[in-house]
Write a protein that binds this ligand. Sequence first.
Ligand code: ATP
Ligand code: MG
Length: 233
Amino acid sequence: MAELLALDKVTAGYGESIVLEDVSFTLNEGDSLALLGRNGVGKTSLLVTLMGLTRLHGGGIRWAGSDIARMPTHRRSRAGLGWVPQERHMFPSLTVEEHLTVVARPGRWNLQKIYEIFPRLAERRANMGNQLSGGEQQMVAIARALMTNPRILLLDEPMEGLAPIIVQELVRVIRRLVQEEGMSVIVVEQHARLALSLTQRAIVLDRGRIVHDSDSASLLADGDKLDRLVAVA
Ligand SMILES: Nc1ncnc2c1ncn2[C@@H]1O[C@H](COP(=O)(O)OP(=O)(O)OP(=O)(O)O)[C@@H](O)[C@H]1O
Ligand SMILES: [Mg+2]
């Protein structure tokens, strides 16, 4: 498969402060990556850096063969980076369907296909953003990113704060995206075992650096190591 994303010694942060150091990895089209680590180690900052919202102090970011290190956020989105932020950013006065149609770009993901994988959103299509449960908001957030027809989905703790039944529903969707639709994804998750079960590859961050990089199955099989890497001290 062709290379989609390559980070080469990325060092980045907010203003003068540095929160990511010397981060390098490559993803090919169709790859699925779990990005793990304790609170505050830089997982969100890494996704935000891919979107161009931190200060890049050093290193390079290549996307589909082009250097995007200086590309503004809206152009990265148009170039196929589908970001689902940790905060879900609903518009209270837009309906579910409006949330989806305002960002739509041509491609295989359209309303019909979204409503097929998220039947609950079909039922709620006329509800306003402020009339949705947390789980429904997360579904809208993922669906909205899919409607841009991205080449990669960047999911920042999609299960955070959601009831187990909704988590199951989202797991089903993400598994389908990865395994049946061949979607490239980076999923940041506190539930490490869940994230490992959904992905092929895993990277663990600690204080802004990569401290582990392997296939997901082998990390899942080594429970002691996993606990050492991600468990809350
Ligand atoms: N906008 C910001 N300005 C300054 N520092 C920030 C900003 N956002 C995050 N940081 C700092 O960057 C570091 C990494 O934070 P980040 O949010 O990327 O971690 P995280 O791994 O996503 O944590 P969590 O699991 O809590 O979501 C932390 O020290 C945090 O305080
Ligand atoms: Mg975060």
